[in-house]
Design a protein. Structure first.
Length: 267
């Protein structure tokens, strides 16, 4: 698939970024942390789910955790990256989250960690996920929210404006909590709940943060992105602005990841 200027994200670039992350060992600390928090929420439900769909499996942290739960009979993993799917899941399907290739009512649980913020048509994807759930099935997901990487976004914006006289989209937009809460209700989920948690990670330098984003497969895939790298002068100014505006007393810099948690039931 080539990038369509009418769509928000370049689907091919997103898949290739995930392939690269998988081949290079994958930075997975954020996905592991979010997977742990999702499983904690699942345990609070107090129910067993025989058949589960892990949408956007990444390196498999969430699939492995779900498979270990009592009562789990089968976990189907879906990811656009064949490199991630080569990890040896029992049942794996290469597919984009925007096109869910399953019949209606075939899962007791649909769970997803850090994939839905890459979806162009989130309402359409939620409708599809609602469709594949059995009656009284559970949807549980985590996605990046609008406050994610606010520090990096600010530094890049100001640096590019100063050095190049204009700005290009470098950090993906993300949904707000109020928006996703209303979307759950609009797309047919019962008892919808949405809440947010912030995870702050510190780095010695902004370049270290950018390297880890690349290692996660979470770098820019906006269709409107500039295809050329940042100028050295722009990058240097961005690093200086980051440290000036957000630097910590120990000379490290923080990076905030806002995690939106979505829960809904099939009526």
């Amino acid at each position: 698939m080539s990038a369509d200027p009418m769509t928000l994200f370049d689907r091919r670039a997103w898949r290739l970024h995930r392939d690269r992350a998988a081949r290079n060992g994958c930075v997975d600390f954020l996905h592991v942390e979010v997977a742990d928090r999702l499983v904690e929420r699942l345990d609070e439900v107090g129910r067993q789910f025989g058949t589960a769909l892990d949408l956007g499996a990444h390196n498999g942290a969430l699939s492995r955790a779900i498979a270990r739960r009592s009562g789990t009979e089968r976990v189907v993993t879906v990811d656009p990256s064949l490199a991630f799917l080569k990890a040896g899941y029992s049942i794996s399907v290469a597919a984009d989250p925007e096109l869910i290739p399953f019949r209606a009512g075939c899962f007791d649980l649909v769970i997803s960690a850090l994939a839905l913020h890459w979806v162009h048509d989130l309402p359409g994807t939620l409708v599809q996920l609602r469709r594949v759930l059995r009656r009284d099935g559970l949807f549980l997901a985590a996605m990046l929210g609008g406050r994610t990487l606010a520090e990096l976004r600010t530094a890049l914006f100001e640096a590019e404006l100063a050095e190049e006289g204009g700005v290009s989209p470098r950090v993906s937009p993300a949904a707000d909590l109020a928006d996703v809460a209303s979307l759950l209700l609009r797309t047919g989920f019962a008892m919808p709940v949405a809440d947010a948690e912030a995870i702050t990670v510190t780095y010695a330098h902004p370049l270290a943060l950018m390297r880890e984003l690349r290692g996660m497969g979470e770098t820019n895939t906006l269709s409107a992105r500039r295809r050329t790298p940042l100028r050295r002068s722009t990058l240097a100014r961005a690093a200086a602005l980051y440290a000036e505006k957000f630097g910590l007393p120990d000379n490290r810099i923080p990076a905030t990841f806002e995690i939106l948690f979505l829960t809904g039931w099939a009526p």
